[in-house]
Design a protein around this ligand. Structure first.
Ligand code: 13P
Ligand code: SF4
Length: 332
């Protein structure tokens, strides 16, 4: 991470996301990974926050919604999931007969941690009329306790489709939940969880970078706080950020989400300049969980077929229904 005290006012404008793998290892590892992919009949799925070298050799790079769709549709025997644990679990739930590999078993998520299944069960017991909508950033067990799942890419649509006579309970991200309530006017009980990365941006810091780049629109992820979302020209999922930036006539865009996104944006829109919104601590806010996956670990997990993501059959069966409900509503 870069200390903001060392950053000159406009230095962030030339920001690029760097490779982590030493150049002498990059070619060898990439070649071997592609070879292993053939041998295993595998597909490599990567989230938009993964390190550049993983994004560059993945078969598909996208947001949680796109990754779920890919996991449900692939013909490959093995899904190598370069993302965090709940995403790999979702792939396993949608394709239970396939082997799902995750380069680092400890790649978790602060939102998932904030919502233990026992606590959710206890809250649900207080109101039998609750209809539970779970943001996909939660454990398989929490999904199994929910009526429907959503991602940042379809949350509005999922909430709009919820039965009108039920009391909505939204878990575990209170910021995403509050953003959806603002758009749908549907009151919801919100679980008090947040993404430790996205709550780092403040109104003050984001206002400062906007003043430095008055012509650059600001795009923010809905996991940001309201104080930041209210400054944004667009609030959307990581995949929709790509569409917004492609369609925008602006030459520079300020991005308030995990810094890995900038690699994807630079590839998709090479003529545009992307400016990471700074926080108090740094200019390149990183998710420590997403960054646990490295090219070396990707190589080793394919060579050794471990760590593998496995789940209890009962959990798979229960969690599958709300995820399939989401995919069905999302496709309407
Ligand atoms: P997206 O589905 O928008 O990519 O978000 C996933 C995530 O973990 C955001 O922090
Ligand atoms: Fe979880 Fe936040 Fe990391 Fe996304 S960025 S995986 S919400 S901790």
């Amino acid at each position: 991470m870069i200390d903001t005290t060392e950053i000159q006012p406009n230095a962030a404008a030339g920001f690029r996301v760097e490779h982590r793998t030493p150049p002498e290892r990059l070619d060898v590892l990439s070649r071997e990974i592609l070879q292993l992919k053939e041998e295993l009949n595998a597909v490599i799925l990567a989230h938009n926050y993964q390190v550049p070298e993983i994004q560059d050799l993945a078969d598909y790079v996208g947001d949680s919604l796109g990754l779920s769709r890919q996991a449900a549709e692939t013909d490959a025997a093995v899904i190598v999931f370069c993302g965090v644990h709940f995403m790999a679990e979702t792939a396993k739930i949608l394709s239970p007969k396939k082997t799902v590999l995750l380069p680092d078993r400890d790649a978790g998520c602060s939102l998932e941690e904030s919502c233990p299944p026992d606590k959710l069960r206890a809250l649900q017991a207080t109101n039998p009329n609750f209809y539970t909508i779970a943001y996909v950033n939660c454990s398989a067990e929490v999904k199994a306790l929910s009526d429907v799942i959503c991602t940042s890419g379809n949350a509005k649509k999922i909430v709009e489709a919820a039965p009108a006579d039920r009391d909505l309970l939204f878990v575990p991200d209170e910021n995403l939940g509050a953003w959806v309530t603002e758009q749908t006017a549907r009151p919801m009980t919100l679980w008090q969880g947040d993404c430790y990365v996205h709550v780092e941006w403040t109104h003050e810091n984001v206002t400062r970078i906007r003043r430095e780049h008055p012509d650059a629109p600001l795009v923010a992820h809905p996991e940001c706080t309201k104080a930041v979302r209210m400054l944004a020209d667009e609030v959307c999922s990581t995949e929709k950020m790509v569409n917004f930036c492609r369609d925008s006539r602006a030459k520079a865009v300020i991005i308030a989400t995990e810094v890995g996104m900038l690699h994807r944006l630079q590839k998709e829109c090479p003529d545009k300049q992307f400016i990471p919104a700074p926080t108090e601590k740094c200019v390149c806010n990183e998710c420590r969980f997403m960054k646990m996956n490295t090219l070396e670990k990707l190589h080793d997990c394919m060579a050794n077929r471990t760590p593998e993501v496995t789940l209890d059959d009962t959990i798979i069966e229960r969690a599958r229904q709300p995820i399939e409900r989401m995919l069905e509503i999302s496709a309407r």
